[in-house]
Design a protein around this ligand. Structure first.
Ligand code: SF4
Ligand code: SF4
Ligand code: FES
Length: 235
């Protein structure tokens, strides 16, 4: 396969054509913050945490959905990008009721740890939290839509890895929410296999397993692991 040479933060790297900037950076030990990205399922560029600059363009680009180009000069950590990332987190925190002290994910939450890592210590946007439903009907899975950041990791893992597409999005704007089997209670969702993959990959405390510590039920690597096992079975 053709390879592409570029620089990321001044470092020369060479990767196969078609690689995303995010994968090229990760393969070369350069960390770019992400939230909606989940290795093993398709990217859709929703959270805007992974924004990078490309020399010659005034725009910023999501690293997870932008392919590398020959001779590209990519910057991943300018002051402008740091401000944009903080703003993206502040928007997420102002959109839903993220009160860490009473959240099951406290201490095991990617939103919380990124906010801390990127220096988000106050909200510059007015809080506008809708009152959304919590579904406790399933024998062991819970969804609290008030904590959801709409990253769609659960939807993509359920669709692309488990292959049942129980989950999807309903409505638009601030009312957007994850629904189960066309807006059923979880206990009535006939398509759900109960595999827990959605709970494993949810980055916050929105989908979780009742009565189990989140730190032990999370497994961000599950989609990557299954995808690689499937690929190796066909090689
Ligand atoms: S438990 Fe498995 S099948 Fe059910 S919604 Fe979650 S990922 Fe989909
Ligand atoms: S429930 Fe969790 S994984 Fe699903 S969209 Fe919301 S935050 Fe993302
Ligand atoms: S990780 Fe790229 S937009 Fe979310």
């Amino acid at each position: 396969m053709k390879s592409v040479r570029l620089t990321i933060d001044g470092r020369a790297v060479e990767v196969p054509d078609g690689t995303t900037i995010l994968d090229a950076a990760m393969a070369n030990g350069i960390k770019i913050p992400t939230l909606c990205h989940l290795e093993g399922v398709k990217d859709y560029g929703g959270c805007r945490l992974c924004l990078v600059e490309i020399k010659g363009s005034p725009k910023v680009f999501p690293a997870c959905t932008t392919p590398v180009g020959q001779g590209m000069e990519v910057t991943t950590n300018s002051d402008r990008l740091k401000e944009y990332r903080k703003m993206a987190l502040q928007l997420l925190l102002s959109e839903r009721a993220h009160i860490c002290s009473v959240c099951v994910a406290n201490g095991a939450c990617e939103l919380q740890s990124l906010a801390s890592e990127l220096g988000v210590d106050q909200l510059i946007f007015e809080r506008d939290w809708p009152e959304l439903s919590v579904d406790l009907t399933h024998a062991y899975l819970v969804i609290d839509r008030n904590r959801c950041i709409l990253c769609t990791r659960c939807i993509r893992v359920c669709d692309e890895i488990e292959g049942v597409h129980t989950l999807d999005l309903m409505l638009r704007g601030k009312e957007t929410q994850v629904v189960i089997d066309l807006n059923e209670n979880w206990k009535n969702a006939t398509s759900c296999t109960g595999c827990r993959k959605c709970a494993k990959v949810c980055p916050v405390g929105a989908i979780y397993v009742k009565g189990e510590a989140l730190s032990s039920t999370k497994d961000k690597e599950v989609a990557k692991f299954i995808t690689e096992r499937r690929r190796s079975a066909f090689e």
